[in-house]
Design a protein around this ligand. Structure first.
Ligand SMILES: *Cc1c(COP(=O)(O)O)cnc(C)c1O
Length: 390
């Protein structure tokens, strides 16, 4: 008989199909812009994370091309061996300067930054308090690090305090949270978290992935927006969302950065990104600095859209450029997403395991690149859909 050790996959995939939970990969042609051609069909894209419309900005591409001419393409090694190039160093310096910290460290992705940072800081004998809706990369970091995981209810400071008040026997206490939650668009209660960290001698680690470049007067993120930058011990971010590129980073004190570059395994044992990727991100940071109107207009439009959708009768959440429409079950959610897609609007349906069971939603991601005409088309289609669902 032929050996077929992976035969079980067929049945499991069928189960995903039956639950309307199977995902499929689509391929877009051309640049990542508000209008996209995906598998031959044209869409207005409300599913991306290119919040400031920088992914296809020619200034980023030009910076990358210039760097390729100077430094070539591949980095050739992990950073500590021979992979750390001039553009990497320049981007780290610029990130630290922009964020007002002593130092910064680049990782190959935001995912790697979270896993590497949490596992480098927390370990056996420690306890990590983690919001129930934290990003998968935080969850994996917490699982891997060897500390006792304690999950507190989403945004629930009282629940966290109950848990942390009993944790004085642990060697060290960590609180870790997204600052802007990617599915429901909520902010973490950072002012309260800082206060708890202070009172119970804990270290606060935050992930600004969806907020970098968007929130705060200078675009640092929610920490700046809520005025707690100085009090947050470890700030993690990504270059892959509002900055329109790829890669992750950590900013903080020099000793933190020195420790991470010695101990974060996803940093030490992974090849440095191409230098040109950093050069492009240096150009993106300059745009964040020079063109605050991008983030201002984005957030203004998001508020207006939320208001319109509420008037249409949808249950809409959040207070950011991420606008969730709560529908509950996966099937109607995917149906709504498909109907919008038939009309040339890409609005992803989000279902388990990305959200808890019963909390499926349509997730609108706004970008500075969307025009008023794009938004009109979306609100008109959603008004019709609302009538059909009633
Ligand atoms: C997207 C995301 C990440 C991962 O960042 P990448 O650079 O895409 O790997 C980490 N944390 C949060 C909260 C995210 O939304």
């Amino acid at each position: 008989m032929t050996r077929r050790p992976l035969a079980w996959l067929e049945e499991e995939l069928q189960t995903l199909d039956q639950l309307h939970m199977r995902r499929h990969l689509r391929t877009h042609h051309g640049p990542q812009t508000a209008e996209q051609t995906v598998d031959g069909q044209q869409f207005i894209n409300f599913g991306g994370n290119d919040y400031l419309g920088l992914a296809a900005d020619p200034r980023l591409g030009e910076a990358a091309i210039a760097a390729i001419q100077q430094e070539g393409w591949g980095s050739g090694a992990s950073p500590l061996v021979t992979g750390h190039g001039v553009s990497h160093a320049a981007l780290e310096a610029a990130l630290a300067e922009l964020e007002g910290t002593e130092a910064a460290l680049l990782f190959s992705s935001g995912f790697a930054a979270n896993v590497g940072t949490i596992t480098a800081l927390a370990g056996k004998g420690d306890v990590v308090f983690s919001d129930a809706k934290n990003h998968a990369s935080i969850i994996d970091g917490v699982r891997l690090c060897g500390a006792r995981p304690q999950i507190y209810q989403h945004l629930d400071v009282d629940h966290l305090e109950k848990l942390i008040a009993q944790a004085s026997a642990f060697r060290r206490r960590y609180i870790v949270t997204d600052t802007l939650f990617s599915m429901d668009g909520d902010f973490a209660p950072l002012v309260d978290l800082c206060e708890l960290a202070d009172r119970y001698d804990a270290t606060l680690i935050v992930d600004e992935a969806h907020a970098t470049g968007v929130f705060g007067e200078q675009g640092h993120g929610v920490c700046e927006h809520l005025g707690v930058e100085e009090q947050v011990d470890v700030r993690i971010g990504t270059l892959s969302k509002a900055l329109g590129g790829h890669g992750g980073f950590v900013v903080g004190g020099q000793q933190l950065i020195d420790w991470l570059l010695n101990r974060a395994r996803s940093y030490v044992f992974s090849t440095a990104a191409p230098m040109a990727a950093s050069a492009a991100m240096l150009a993106a940071l300059q745009i964040v600095r020079d063109e605050p109107e991008r983030r201002q207009l984005l957030l203004k439009r998001a508020d207006a859209l939320r208001e319109t959708l509420r008037k249409q009768g949808w249950q809409v959440g959040g207070e950011s450029q991420i606008i969730p429409i709560l529908l509950g079950e996966p099937e109607p959610t995917m149906q709504a997403s498909h109907r919008l897609r038939d009309q040339g609007l890409f609005v992803p349906g989000i279902r388990p395991p990305s959200v808890p069971s019963g909390e499926s939603l349509l997730r609108i991601s706004l970008s500075y690149a969307h025009t008023p005409a794009h938004l009109d088309k979306l609100t008109t289609a959603l008004a019709t859909l609302r009538q059909q669902l009633l």
